[in-house]
Structure formats: C-alpha cells, structure tokens
Design a binder for this molecule. Structure first.
Ligand SMILES: NC(=O)C1=CN([C@@H]2O[C@H](COP(=O)(O)OP(=O)(O)OC[C@H]3O[C@@H](n4cnc5c(N)ncnc54)[C@H](OP(=O)(O)O)[C@@H]3O)[C@@H](O)[C@H]2O)C=CC1
Ligand SMILES: CC(C)(CO)C(=O)C(=O)O
Length: 310
C-alpha cells in the first residue's frame, strides 16, 4: 500500500459484513463499497448507519459504487465480502481493478481463494467470527464476536500481509496473523458446517444448537468433517472432533446464541446459499477419499431443496 496513513480500499459485495467493515475502515482509509443500488442510494442520502458492538454511529465518509465504471481511483487493497455464490461474477465484473492488486477475502467456506486466484496472485485469506446483519438499506448491525479476524498469506510475497494487519488494527478491528491460512479457513468452516444449515432449515438462532435433539446431528456433521480433513492432511488447532465440539458447545454456541447465521437470511430471502462451499464441500471431498458423509449429504440435500423455493 503506497500511503500507509490513508490507503484506498475497495470492498466488493458490501452487505452485512462488507458495509460494517467499510464503516470501520472509513476512519483510517478512503473506502469505496461496491454494493447494490438500495444500499448505495440510502448511504448517499443519509450515510451508513451502524449499531452494535462495533459502535452506534452514522458514517458519512463512505463512497458507494454500483459498478466498476463509477470507480475513479486505484485501490491499494481490495476486500471481497460477497457471498461465495457471487465470487466468480463479482471478480469478473471488477477484473480490471483486481489484476495485480492485493486482495483479502473474508468469506466463509472453502474454495473462494482458488476462484479469486484467476484474477490476482496476491491473495490474503481471512476469517471473521463475528455476527453481522442487514437491518435495512444502508443500515447494519454487529451483534456478537467470538474471535478476532484472522488473516494469512494465501499467495504472493511476504510483504503482503503486514500492511493489511496494520490497517485492520488502526481501524480498531481485532485481528491476528496466521502462518497457515488454509487450516484457519477449515477451522472457521467447522462452526458454519455445524450451525448454518440447521439454523437456516429450522428458522432458529444459533443457541438452538445446544438442544439435545440437535446435538447428535451436529456431532455427526463434525465427526465426518474431521475424517475428511484428516484424509486431506488438514490439521486445525482442535486436534479431534471431540475437542472442537467442546469449544463449539462451550464457547461458540453461547457467544452466538441470540443471533441468526448468514445462511438463515439466504433462505429467508430466497437466495442461493453457500452450502457447496461448506457441507457440500465435505461431501465432495468424502467421495474423493472414499469416506462416507451421510450427515453432511443429508443436510446439503435439505438446503438444496429449500433453495429451490419449496
Ligand atoms: N453475516 C455474518 O454474520 C457473517 C458472514 N460471513 C461471510 O461473509 C460473506 C458475506 O456475507 P454477508 O455479508 O452476510 O452477505 P450479504 O448477502 O449480506 O452481503 C453480500 C452483498 O453483496 C452483494 N453483491 C453480490 N454481487 C454483487 C455485485 N456484483 N455488485 C454489488 N454487490 C453485489 C449482495 O447483493 P444481493 O442482495 O443481490 O445478493 C449482498 O448485498 C459470506 O461468505 C458469509 O458467509 C462471515 C462471517 C459472519
Ligand atoms: C460466525 C457466524 C455464525 C456469525 O453469524 C457466521 O459465520 C455466519 O453467520 O455465517
């Protein structure tokens, strides 16, 4: 980044996560949020309204764009926060801007970095374990947080990561660097594999995962995921499924007990979900490795049925 004091940041696919991030980064950077027209017109008129644990405020310094033709500057950093279902289309739309640029992805699931790699070879993978929701056009809420943002170099030179970490720190966003971002993406995905589809299917908040009626299903989802991760050589910080399940039920489910996960909103709003990057991904790897994944296959099938609008 050329001007470490006030870099230019472009956020691609600014909804719940991207707008909240844009609001925080606008304190320390010139931020352009590529978003839908409904958000752009509300923010141009009255600023971005934020409430929750990242502060209650109206941000009047955020620039919104609804297409690359409206971008009049060269960004130092691009951050992708579109849903994984839109990664390919938004990268294609902004291909000319992304080429050769440093790109951070904060998306859930497995596979986004490989898609982004078609557009730049300077990629920082990231995870965000915070709950965000769109309250209305130009209005986002940040409700609970269980871990810092984690960033790690996916591809590119060693000097790629420090300016991004510095930017998040200066904006007051808790952030940590990792030397193994591939393992971190799986570590974060465990939470999404466990709770996102169940909460979306049952229309319940994350706290419902503690119900004894759901516990066996969640254990099955996670045990299968660990079997697949082991076969693929992926080691996360919880060394066994049981160790992770202790963390899930002891820390993460309580931390997010009164919020809905992102996939719940996709089903409510009749949009495609990220199931292929989560439980569907586990099923596909299980097939490759000859490992049965009946729990993940069942949950992915139920979500696909709901995606068809039934
Ligand atoms: N919400 C959360 O609490 C968390 C979400 N995540 C992850 O972060 C990512 C983003 O999630 P979230 O913010 O909830 O999703 P949202 O759907 O709220 O935000 C994504 C936004 O990008 C927009 N978009 C898609 N394509 C374009 C385009 N070409 N131009 C402009 N805007 C576009 C979407 O529009 P449209 O409405 O038309 O789809 C949507 O408004 C996902 O991978 C999610 O799993 C991670 C941690 C927590
Ligand atoms: C951490 C959690 C569950 C926060 O909402 C999330 O990642 C999501 O909603 O997709």
């Amino acid at each position: 980044m050329e001007d470490a004091q006030r870099p230019v940041v472009l956020i691609l696919g600014a909804g719940a996560v991207g707008l909240a991030l844009a609001g925080k980064l606008a304190d320390v950077a010139d931020v352009y949020a590529a978003c839908r027209h409904r958000h752009a017109s509300a923010i141009r008129e009255g600023g971005l309204v934020m409430d929750g644990i990242w502060g209650d405020r109206t941000v009047g310094t955020l620039s919104c764009i609804t297409g690359p033709a409206e971008l009049s500057v060269d960004p130092d950093l691009v951050v992708v926060t579109a849903k994984g279902t839109d990664t390919e289309s938004i990268c294609r739309e902004y291909a000319a801007v992304m080429g050769g640029r440093s790109v951070v992805t904060l998306q859930n699931g497995i596979g986004n970095e490989d898609r982004i790699a078609r557009y730049t070879d300077r990629i920082i993978g990231g995870t965000v374990t915070t709950n965000f929701a769109v309250v209305g056009p130009g209005h986002v809420r940040v409700s609970s947080q269980s871990a810092p943002v984690v960033l790690g170099t996916w591809s590119g030179p060693a000097d790629l990561l420090p300016p991004a970490i510095d930017l998040f720190e200066r904006a007051g966003i808790p952030v940590a660097a990792t030397a193994d971002i591939r393992a971190e993406k799986w570590a974060k995905s465990l939470l999404n594999i466990a709770v996102n589809p169940l909460c979306a299917l049952l229309s319940v908040q994350v706290g419902a995962a503690a119900s004894p009626h759901l516990r066996g299903v969640i254990e099955g989802l996670i045990q299968e995921t660990y079997a697949v991760m082991e076969a693929e050589g992926i080691r996360v910080r919880w060394r066994s499924a049981d160790e992770y399940l202790d963390h899930l039920f002891g820390v993460q489910v309580p931390d997010f007990s009164t919020v809905y996960p992102s996939m719940y909103y996709d089903i409510q709003n009749r949009r495609r979900t990220e199931i292929d990057l989560l439980n569907g991904y586990v099923v596909a790897l299980g097939e490759r490795q000859g490992i049965p994944t009946p729990y993940n296959r069942c949950i992915a099938g139920l979500i696909r049925f709901r995606e068809e609008g039934r």
